[in-house]
Design a protein around this ligand. Structure first.
Ligand code: ADP
Ligand code: ASP
Ligand code: MG
Length: 475
């Protein structure tokens, strides 16, 4: 018998802000209800309730310092947040058992914190065990709430779907193993006519130890699940109308970007755009799955779609700029000296030393004279990085081949993104001009290897003004 075509499959991910309160979670239920007719197969990926992951990790951090005095307060807050949803959205006959499950998970939090306080330290593995509790609680609320609304659902701990390496707190999935486990876990639930409600953020090692995919990792979870099943579409529901021309918390007139290419979206989120998570883009693109970002609190708004092709037609510079973002809390580190000229391997040794501190480098600039190498690192890592470099180049410093290794005060990387930006004359000039008019000093410029962005380094104090000035070229 010829196999039946697979029913249309949609993964929808709801972030913490979409499930923070009973009212928000009711919106989620309404959205799922309304999408049901178009999508016979729906998989829901959900984050912890807003603020819960921070609450859990703060508790663990306090415990690591030996302090558990505030633990009862955190426990009570967790209980209140989750009970409020159970009391409002879970049908009375299922409420007691849901509350019982939540209370057990909160008790696990208390036990883990006590263990951490006795040890006096929280290992990455222990922190993942703690952080995972938020998502484990939220699915246990949403699934019965959906069932109660006439949408039969079953919760799934993603430890049964997403197989990762052992890099606790920043685990990476093994896609082949994940495909096998996800399909084995999720398809039977769909075939039984139910909606799987999967924990975002978490996975497990092959031997079953809980890991997390990094902060804000639930977008990545949705992309992974969507890619491996595979689904037709992944929709990431958040609290704004899709990907915006700038952070709407900084720029009041930021507006939705209806379409972004893969390169534009990747660059935008790499340089500080918050949605979607940088790791969420590649899996869906590689699997040929659609991606949309949309607003739980404005569900009829189309939001943002990821598109493949570069839009046709020549545009003027202003239309090319699509968005502006900022990464704050960086410092520029410079290795400089006339004796560096032509010395082989300085760059390799520089970045080797940086890597030895476990620091990532979002931006690099090098003067063409080869007399200096300059790059940015998170402010918190700068002192360590400078110390590692001074150690690595101790001989060159004594010999004055390298004169100075130093870090600036706090700076921000302000990046503007748009396909076609590099090949269109005058765009970079217009961007610099906009800052010049406001007397904003550009400390460094990098066009990076990408052809769709320009990054400017400005002092921390100038960040918002720089973002606003560039945004005025876009909107
Ligand atoms: P969620 O709870 O859905 O995971 P997050 O709080 O992690 O959502 O991220 C959504 C927030 O990201 C938005 O409320 C918005 O303020 C912020 N944000 C920053 N830059 C952008 C941008 N360019 N486009 C959309 N949102 C952005
Ligand atoms: N709850 C996790 C966090 O706050 C994951 C997520 O929300 O995406 O980081
Ligand atoms: Mg989030």
């Amino acid at each position: 018998m010829a196999s039946q075509p697979k029913p249309k499959t949609l993964v929808m991910k709801f972030g913490g802000s979409s499930v923070g309160t009973p009212k928000a979670m009711q919106e989620v239920i309404d959205i799922i209800q309304q999408s049901r007719a178009d999508w016979p197969n729906m998989i829901i990926v959900v984050s912890a309730l807003a603020g819960v992951t921070n609450l859990l990790l703060d508790g663990a951090a306090q415990a690591a310092k030996g302090s558990t005095e505030k633990l009862p307060e955190a426990v009570e807050r967790l209980r209140q947040l989750h009970y409020a949803i159970a009391d409002t959205l879970v049908a009375p006959d299922g409420r007691a058992s849901v509350k019982h499950e939540v209370v057990e998970l909160i008790a696990e939090f208390g036990n883990l914190c006590h263990a951490i306080s006795i040890l006096g330290e929280a290992s990455p593995r222990a922190l993942d065990a703690v952080a995972s509790l938020g998502e484990r609680m939220s699915v246990r609320l949403l699934a019965p709430a959906l069932s109660g609304a006439g949408l039969p659902a079953a919760y799934v701990d993603a430890t049964r779907c997403i197989v990762t390496d052992r890099r606790f707190q920043n685990a990476h999935p093994d896609f082949a193993a994940t495909a096998e486990k996800s399909r084995a876990t999720i398809w039977p639930i769909l075939e039984a006519g139910k909606i799987p409600v999967v924990t975002g953020f978490i996975g497990a090692t092959p031997d079953g130890i809980t890991t997390t995919l990094g902060r804000d990792g639930s977008d990545f979870s949705a992309a992974i699940v969507g890619a491996v099943l595979p689904a037709d579409d992944v929709w990431i529901w958040t609290d704004v109308n899709g990907v915006m021309t700038a952070d709407p918390r900084v720029i009041q007139n930021a507006c939705t970007i209806p379409e972004l290419t893969y390169r534009e979206m990747s660059e935008l989120v790499y340089f500080g755009g918050k949605k979607p998570h940088p790791k969420a883009i590649r899996p869906v693109v590689e699997a040929g799955v659609g991606l949309r970002i949309c607003n739980t609190f404005n569900p009829t708004h189309p939001g943002t779609r990821l598109i493949n092709e570069k839009p046709n037609g020549k545009k003027n510079g202003d239309e090319i700029l699509k968005a502006v973002t900022a990464i704050r809390g960086q410092r520029l580190v410079t290795v400089e000296g006339r004796g560096m000229l032509g010395v082989p391997g300085v760059a390799a040794r520089t970045f080797g030393a940086v890597a030895s501190t476990g620091t990532s480098v979002p931006l690099i600039t090098q003067a063409s004279s080869e007399q200096s190498i300059c790059f940015s690192v998170p402010s918190s890592a700068a002192d360590n990085v400078v110390a590692a470099l001074q150690k690595a180049f101790a001989t060159e410093l004594v010999d004055h081949d390298i004169d100075r290794i130093w870090a600036t005060d706090d700076v921000s990387l302000v990046t503007t993104v748009g396909e076609g930006l590099r090949e269109t004359p005058g765009v970079a000039g217009r961007v610099c001009n906009a800052l010049g008019q406001l007397q904003i000093n550009i400390i460094a410029i990098a066009q990076g290897s990408s052809e769709v962005s320009i990054s400017l380094v400005v002092s921390a104090a100038d960040t918002d003004a720089a973002v606003k000035a560039i945004h005025s070229l876009i909107v």
